[in-house]
Design a binder for this molecule. Structure first.
Ligand code: ADP
Ligand code: MG
Length: 486
């Protein structure tokens, strides 16, 4: 078998664990602030420092956020939530254990919908979502001799989202993390900023011969800090594992790290060295019970979800899949559109404006839609101006829109009037311009009549110039033809 075909014999199997830091004001089991960017070791009380004799107190927001995410994924919500200690010694974990959930994760089952490699919708199963706390941060690169420890992050609440091994390629993993990030942002439970560490991903990767029903031995690559690195690490790991297997070696279960500069994964600890966490029930916290009424309340307050909006745009508003995807990529952007279509029924034009002029403006200034100066009502008025034939689409985009950004309080109608941009669709004025243009180039008129139809553009240009861009192009075109083709 030729060398380049060896990769085709294998199927990729990936399961992802995502840690999402919750946007609560205080920590998971204490009232310490979670504020990001404070000077090191400022958000710490004896609880975060793990002093003996301190007791944890459960932050109810964590539960609410967990239920929110669980409902959005269609998970089963657990009634009795116990907490467990996951024991290990590490300098950034002063208690010597992490409070997490073991046998009673808050959510079980459910799914995230993604696109597979052929663009088809695919369901990735959720195994469980549980509540836990973050550790502090060890800083190895500030001091040449010592490791520094910042415990501000210690005790910040996390949701860990564990997927089934349903993912079949690095690209699918990329799409999955993108969907999860979009979802936690829509739900406003986590800011999803992977580069800042508020969302992190561990990738469990194995390969098996195509057609095989059993899973291959897996490795786990930890702490991937961007969606792109999730893709890169998995691509590398798949190739490495296939190369090993093809060379007659076996894969051993191990934890690996990703070197983003070199683009390679590196073995960190093998199975023999794997942690034995000695889980046991957390004696300092009572179980938390979720009542049906709690779930109902969260359900009632659930914000619009990206998939709901996507389906609505495709099915009800009859937008293309592409348009619907672009509109729903970012929640605030989608909400602007939602508001815009309260003021106009021209859904397609509204989508075009948002994906065109509005998006370019935002990109140019590198700002979000929250900072966009034009109110939805104004933009809808501008759309109406075009629909009524008062200004052409080009004039609306290139002239009225920039003016509207400068003076968002003015009405588009007024802007167009004051600048004489109202389209001249009154035939008398237009005919004047047309006659002028035809009289200017009698020889070209002859040529046109002898078959050189391309000259129409020249006359159109003349009329536009004479009318200072205010002539209605469609009408001009009609009238010109009529006069030329006598
Ligand atoms: P651990 O505690 O060892 O990390 P978990 O049960 O929490 O184990 O699950 C780890 C993840 O590994 C899950 O996302 C699961 O889908 C995935 N996984 C399990 N077996 C395999 C495999 N053979 N190949 C790829 N992924 C796997
Ligand atoms: Mg794991």
């Amino acid at each position: 078998m030729p060398e380049e075909n060896k990769y085709d014999k294998y199927e990729v199997v990936v399961g992802l664990e995502i840690h999402a830091q919750l946007q609560t004001k205080s920590k998971a089991y204490s009232s310490d602030s979670t504020e990001y960017g404070k000077a090191p070791n400022n958000n710490v009380s004896p609880v975060s420092l793990g002093h003996p004799g301190t007791l944890p107190m459960f932050n109810k927001k964590t539960l609410e956020y967990g239920i929110r995410l669980g409902l959005a994924c269609g998970s089963e919500i657990t009634y009795e939530n116990q907490f467990a200690r996951k024991n290990y010694f590490y300098a950034d974990l002063p208690k010597g254990y992490q409070i997490t959930q073991d046998t009673t994760p808050l959510c079980t089952g459910g799914e995230i919908l993604i696109k597979d490699d052929s663009g088809q919708e695919k369901r990735i199963g959720i195994t469980r979502i549980h509540m836990e706390e973050d550790s502090g941060k060890s800083i190895h690169d500030l001091d040449p001799y010592n490791t520094l420890i910042d415990l501000n992050r210690a005790g910040v609440p996390l949701l860990e989202i564990v997927s089934e091994p349903d993912i079949r390629s690095a690209q699918e993993a990329y799409n999955y993390v993108t969907e999860v990030r979009k979802l936690v942002r829509y739900l406003e439970v986590c800011d999803g900023n992977m580069e800042e560490g508020s969302m992190r991903c561990d990738a469990n990767v194995s390969v098996r011969l195509k057609g095989s029903k059993t899973l291959g031995e897996r490795t786990e690559t930890k702490n991937l800090n961007s969606i792109r690195n999730v893709l890169r690490a998995i691509e590398y790991e798949v190739k490495r594992q296939i190369d090993e297997l093809e060379a007659g070696n076996s894969i051993s279960m191990e934890t690996r790290g990703f070197d983003a500069v070199k683009g390679i994964t590196i073995s960190q600890r093998s199975k023999e060295m794997a942690h034995d966490y000695r889980y046991f029930p957390e004696p300092d916290l009572q179980a938390v019970f979720v009542k049906e009424t709690d779930i109902e309340k969260v359900k009632r307050e659930l914000p619009p979800l990206p998939n709901e909006l996507l389906n609505k745009y495709i099915q009800d508003l009859e937008l293309s899949v592409y348009d619907a995807e672009v509109l729903t990529e970012d929640k605030q952007f989608a909400l602007y559109y939602e508001d815009l279509i309260k003021h106009t029924k021209n859904y397609k034009a509204a989508a075009n404006w948002m994906m065109g002029a509005v998006k370019s403006y935002l990109n140019e200034l590198a700002i979000g839609i929250e900072e966009f100066p034009i109110k939805t009502k104004q933009l809808a008025d501008l759309i109406k101006l075009v629909d009524d034939g008062a200004v052409s689409n080009t004039v609306a985009n290139q002239k009225v829109f920039p003016k509207l950004i400068e003076s968002p309080k003015m009405s588009p109608q007024k802007i167009a009037e004051e600048n004489n941009w109202i389209q001249q669709s009154d035939t008398n004025a237009l005919e004047g311009f047309i006659d002028e243009a035809l009289n200017k180039f009698p020889d070209k008129v002859e040529e046109y009549r002898n078959g050189k139809k391309g000259l129409l553009g020249l006359f159109m240009g003349e009329v536009m110039k004479a009318s200072k861009g205010a002539a209605d192009p469609k009408l001009t075109n009609q009238l010109l033809r009529k006069k030329l083709e006598v």
